[in-house]
Write a protein that binds this ligand. Structure first.
Ligand SMILES: Cc1cc2nc3c(=O)[nH]c(=O)nc-3n(C[C@H](O)[C@H](O)[C@H](O)COP(=O)(O)O)c2cc1C
Length: 228
């Protein structure tokens, strides 16, 4: 992706912005993607024949029990969730990054859409291709990814087409959270963020999460932080 350089505008007179100082601290960048860094995830949906389709993704945010996923319209995942709303979202930890590379050129869509034909091939059994294991879910047909320490079962509530038609904003309600017991401090039901290492996807590279630098007073697992 190329991002056109924004026009440099003069600071409003009397305002707090010093245009000369601001201009000297940054350059205009043209990143080919705008993926600044979010946890990657594996979304599993159900094909018409009942088999699972697994796909790598990263675009998402969460508020309350709702997840909003950014999914491209041409994928098999979008086809599936429009008809069968039960999905799982499994979050890989850092060591699983090669599985996402194995999935990165595969689609469950047959035939492969023309726009994807140069980079993608059709694969029906993406769990085997990724060397991952399907694990039955409790509430939805789509299986979870056994190797992932954190897994959500969810149901799609709404698909909203994006402005250019190339993607959907997918709102899904999380119905159940499954976690490796090692992540859940005894008797809390919480995920201990100090034990959880999501796979972070930033500008097409994968990272383990870094050291903890702080927390909010609303943490359920630590006393309020001492700050200035
Ligand atoms: C690390 C990574 C992140 C990705 N993020 C997204 C994403 O957020 N949304 C999306 O629709 N596709 C994303 N993709 C691309 C899909 O995996 C790709 O379109 C795939 O063909 C989808 O599979 P499907 O056609 O079987 O649904 C990502 C791929 C990789 C490897």
């Amino acid at each position: 992706m190329t991002v056109d350089a924004p026009a440099v505008t003069a600071a409003p007179s009397g305002g707090g912005v010093d245009a000369a100082a601001a201009a000297s601290t940054h350059v205009i960048a043209h990143p080919h993607v705008l993926y600044v860094g979010t946890p990657a995830y594996l979304i599993c949906s159900t094909n018409a024949d009942g088999s699972p389709n697994l796909a790598a993704a990263s675009s998402h945010w969460a508020l309350g029990d709702m997840l909003c996923l950014g999914l491209e319209a041409e994928g098999q995942t979008a086809v599936n969730i429009a008809e069968r709303p039960g999905i799982t979202i499994s979050f890989p930890s850092a060591r699983l990054w090669p599985a996402l590379v194995r999935l990165s050129h595969l689609t469950g869509r047959d035939p492969v859409p023309i726009d994807k034909a140069a980079r993608y091939t059709y694969e029906h059994d993406k769990f085997t291709a990724a060397r991952l294991t399907p694990q039955p879910s409790d509430l939805v047909d789509a299986p979870r990814v056994k190797e992932c320490a954190l897994q959500f079962e969810a149901e799609v509530r709404r698909l909203t087409p994006g402005l250019d038609g190339s993607y959907f904003m997918v709102e899904a309600e999380v119905l159940r959270v499954h976690a490796d017991p090692a992540l859940v401090p005894e008797g809390t039901g919480e995920i201990d963020p100090r034990r959880w290492h999501p796979l972070v996807y930033a500008f097409r590279h994968f990272f383990d999460r870094g050291d903890e630098v702080g927390w909010l007073p609303s943490s359920r697992l630590a006393p309020p932080p001492v700050i200035d």
